[in-house]
Ligand binder design. Structure first.
Ligand code: ADP
Ligand code: MG
Length: 433
């Protein structure tokens, strides 16, 4: 209906057969030749064939093309015109479609700004409408905004897990104030709910800052300049060295770019490498964030290295939390509640026992664990007292090291014999103090 030429072309291409049949019927009627046929060959296209006996009835406007033994073949101006149309119809249609499409684009492009503005407006209404619908359906609340760097949430929920999880979602409280307890170390067994809690806090902050209500009973939230996250894509993945490299790369980016107003989510950082490497990195990262308040706004650090919970004893802004579990009838029940304090154990051996690992192995594992824990307690204690731990240096204590340094500094050629004797006496006394 847009372009009558195109309409004609299309109907010809589509209906060429029936048009030919129409012409055939018309010519039969006009000439009274019942056996008249329209045929096609590659040499002269469409033609009308009339048998010898009917030749006297052929009208004057037929043009003879070929004579056979029993028949003659004719064309008509009508037929040739149709043939041209059929042959060219496809190509012509495409050409006209292209031209029409370009004209349409041309016409629309005069209204580009209006189209874009309308799209944007519709998109905005759609986004805000969706947030509003979700807020009503899932009982979100409007957070109070705060000038402090703080996250105070009552009965917060993870907006996605609560919608899809089979078990009932357990809400959690958060009370994190940068200058009081801005670095939270969260421990607890695998499957306890650490990652969920971390993401929940980050998502609530994010939703708040895009202007949405948040999944909680009540919330008071500071405004953050950025949310940094280092979380595993999949906890199950066996990690190669290159994956650890990615982990460290992301962590480096956080440590180099965060500010005192950033929210930092670190989920099991250090997990991708050997235990002591990972533990040391986790420890040093938390220390750094604590000692540089202009870097570590609010930090949530989930870890299975229980040792780092010792940091809370010496670092005022570090607070320990754990996901609660309950042992009951030889089972572990995940309570999904984040509570103050460090997790007391990892339950790994207990889970192994429940899974049917033979008792002798379980007993032996407990023994080994005991030894390892004693050793580690010593190490951690040393680290906590500050300074790098080095076994070699402890061959000498600090008094002996000072004396050796003093001895090195002596220049005998510049001393009189008396001075040399006095120096020797002084060094000896210093050692014996
Ligand atoms: N608060 C919660 N309420 C209900 N289910 C939860 C809650 N937190 C976690 N879960 C469930 O427990 C599973 C394990 O949680 P996850 O956060 O991955 O544990 P972790 O990081 O400590 O290993 C999740 O897949 C989720 O379905
Ligand atoms: Mg996890």
């Amino acid at each position: 209906g847009v372009d009558s030429e195109l309409d004609d072309l299309r109907s010809i291409a589509r209906d060429s057969k029936s048009i030919l049949l129409q012409i055939e019927a018309r010519e039969r009627q006009r000439t009274g030749i019942g056996s008249l046929k329209i045929r096609y060959n590659n040499i002269f296209g469409y033609y009308i064939e009339v048998s010898r006996s009917n030749l006297p009835k052929v009208p004057g406007d037929y043009i003879r093309k070929q004579t056979l033994v029993n028949a003659e073949r004719f064309i008509t101006p009508d037929l040739k015109e149709l043939e041209e149309k059929i042959v060219g119809a496809e190509q012509k249609s495409v050409a006209i479609e292209v031209r029409l499409y370009e004209e349409l684009l041309e016409a629309v492009s005069r209204f580009t700004l209006n189209v874009l503005a309308t799209g944007r407006a519709v998109g905005e209404v759609d986004a805000i409408g969706s947030l509003a619908a979700i807020a009503v359906r899932n009982r979100y609340v409007r957070a109070t905004l705060s000038d402090e760097v703080e996250i105070v949430i009552e009965d917060g929920r993870h907006p996605v897990i609560e919608a899809i999880a089979a078990e009932r979602f357990i809400p959690n409280n958060s009370e994190i104030v940068r200058d009081r307890n801005g670095i939270q170390v969260i421990t607890g067994p695998n499957m306890g709910g650490k990652s969920t809690y971390l993401r929940q806090v980050a998502l609530i902050v994010l939703l708040n800052q895009v202007g949405s209500f948040v999944p909680a009973a009540k919330a008071r939230l500071g405004i953050f300049d950025r949310i940094f996250t280092r979380v595993g894509a999949s906890d199950q993945l066996a990690r190669g060295e290159s994956t650890f490299m990615v982990e460290m790369h992301e962590t480096a980016n956080i440590l180099n770019n965060s500010t005192g107003r950033s929210l930092i989510i670190l989920d099991e950082v250090g997990r991708g490498t050997a235990t002591f490497d990972g533990l040391s990195l986790a420890w040093a990262i938390i220390e750094y964030l604590h000692d540089h308040p202009d870097r570590g706004g609010i930090t949530l650090f989930a870890t299975h290295y229980h040792e780092v919970t010792d940091l809370a004893k010496t670092k005022s802004r570090v607070a320990n939390y754990n996901v609660a579990v309950k042992e009951w009838n030889d089972q572990i029940i995940f309570l999904r509640k984040v509570v103050p304090g460090a997790a007391d154990k990892s339950y790994g051996i207990q889970v192994a026992k429940l899974a049917g690992i033979p008792a002798v192995i379980i007993d032996r594992a407990r023994e080994i664990l005991g030894t390892l824990e004693r050793k580690e307690r010593d190490l951690v204690e040393e680290t906590r007292r500050g300074g790098p731990v080095s076994r070699q240096l402890s061959l000498f204590d600090s008094r002996e090291r000072d004396t050796i340094d003093a001895l090195r500094a002596i220049q005998p050629e510049a001393l009189t014999p008396i001075q040399a004797l006095n120096e020797l006496q002084r060094l000896k006394e210093k050692l014996e103090q």
